[in-house]
Ligand binder design. Structure first.
Ligand code: F3S
Length: 389
């Protein structure tokens, strides 16, 4: 492949994989079960990125394994209702069509593990969305490095990736013990905890020990992992009694003293502005699960929101939530597929302030979309900022 005997598209793919493998000291490549490709939004990709994709496609690039797209800058069907400028929409559609021509599926979600592409324990992947990478590694026990968009696409085209980092047993060992000594009572609290861990450990793998009563379920681990991967670049955590590989490291000894977290206050201070009202309430970062959409529906059913509400999820999950979607839209909300506020061209949509229950969104929105953010629990976002109190 590297010598070009299988054509220029595969040579380009192998050159990327080989370069990464050389930098990180990989001795071999490993076959992958699936790839997940970020950098789909035209807002991030721009003209140079689109040209790069079109060139690769024109060389005959085709994926060899199931490959999925991260969210785009708009709902592919409802972009006019979102207020997306036509010029942006046409470019965005071109990006998606180019990827489809290579065989990448327009899943357009950052939570592919909620749908039919949920990986299995120990499977090797080449995923690039940071919140999906940390979820797949930690909660499922699959194995993926945090790929860039081009390297994930290269791995999809070659059907394999360089074997280093989280693909190897030694790459999965925790470096720090984190003792959590505070009571976690909402998904926002878990997001705040993830934010603090990411800030303090940067890219080191934590082993978490929860010492206080807390909620449990994938929703909470999703929120925590997403923010840990945003404020730091952590791609794997082990949580005692909660994640599949934690037991292996229960009696691990750590060189550094434990990181003890007794309060989440610092995170809320850093992520939230005290605003009385907002232009938009956004739920669904990472993309909302069926249970979350149904929960929101139960909160707003038969009522009328005073503020614009966007719930973002995948088209696959939205398709399973017909009744809940109807209830949310009757209350004045909008359930959008394919997209998220961080990668949408928010500047063109007259959105200056957002309330969200996602610490990841609260971390990125001020710098990426230049908006002010209130970071609060789902209840507070919907009832207080939606005017339903
Ligand atoms: Fe997903 Fe966008 Fe959040 S890609 S994790 S909804 S920033």
């Amino acid at each position: 492949m590297l010598l070009g005997e299988k054509g220029p598209a595969l040579r380009r793919a192998m050159e990327i994989i080989f370069a990464l493998g050389s930098i990180y000291g990989a001795g071999e490549t490993v076959p992958i079960k699936s790839a997940q490709i970020s950098g789909v939004s035209y807002k991030n990709l721009g003209e140079a990125g689109l040209d790069f994709l079109k060139k690769w496609a024109s060389e005959g690039a085709r994926v060899l394994v199931p490959a999925m797209m991260n969210p785009a800058g708009m709902d592919l069907r409802r972009w006019k209702e979102m207020g997306i400028p036509e010029e942006f929409a046409l470019k965005q559609l071109e990006v998606v069509e180019t990827l489809i021509s290579m065989g990448v599926e327009p899943t357009l979600t950052c939570a592919p593990y909620l749908g039919r592409y949920r990986p299995g324990f120990g499977e090797h992947l080449a995923w690039s969305e940071s919140s999906a990478v940390i979820f797949a590694n930690s909660v499922i026990g699959a194995r993926t490095n945090r790929e860039g968009g081009p390297s994930a696409l290269a791995a999809a085209i070659a059907g394999r990736t360089a074997c280093y980092g989280f693909h190897s047993d030694s790459g999965r060992e925790p470096a720090y013990l984190v003792e959590v000594l505070c009571h976690l009572k909402s998904e926002a609290d878990f997001g705040a905890l993830g934010y603090l861990i990411g800030r303090k450990l940067v890219d080191k793998t934590p082993y978490l020990r929860f010492c206080e009563e807390h909620l449990s379920g994938e929703l909470y681990l999703r929120a925590m992992g997403a923010s840990m991967a945003a404020s730091g670049s952590i791609s794997l955590f082990h949580a005692e009694g909660l994640t599949p590989e934690a037991e292996v490291f229960r009696s691990a000894e750590f060189k550094e003293p434990p990181l003890t977290i007794t309060s989440l206050e610092e995170a809320f201070q850093a992520l939230s502005k005290p605003l009385d009202r907002v232009d938009l309430i956004w739920i669904g970062c990472p993309h909302a699960s069926l249970e979350e959409i149904e929960l929101i529906a139960s909160m707003v059913k038969g009522r009328r929101l005073s503020t614009r509400l966007w719930v973002t999820s995948s088209r696959e999950i939205i398709g399973k939530a017909e009744e809940a979607v109807e209830a949310i839209e009757e209350a004045g909300g909008f359930v959008l597929a394919d997209t998220c506020v961080v990668v949408a061209p928010v500047e063109a949509l007259n959105i200056k302030s957002v309330a969200t229950n996602s610490a990841k969104a609260a971390f990125y929105l001020p710098s990426w979309a230049k908006v002010k953010v209130v970071f609060a629990s789902l209840e507070e976002c919907i009832f207080r900022y939606g005017g339903l109190q």
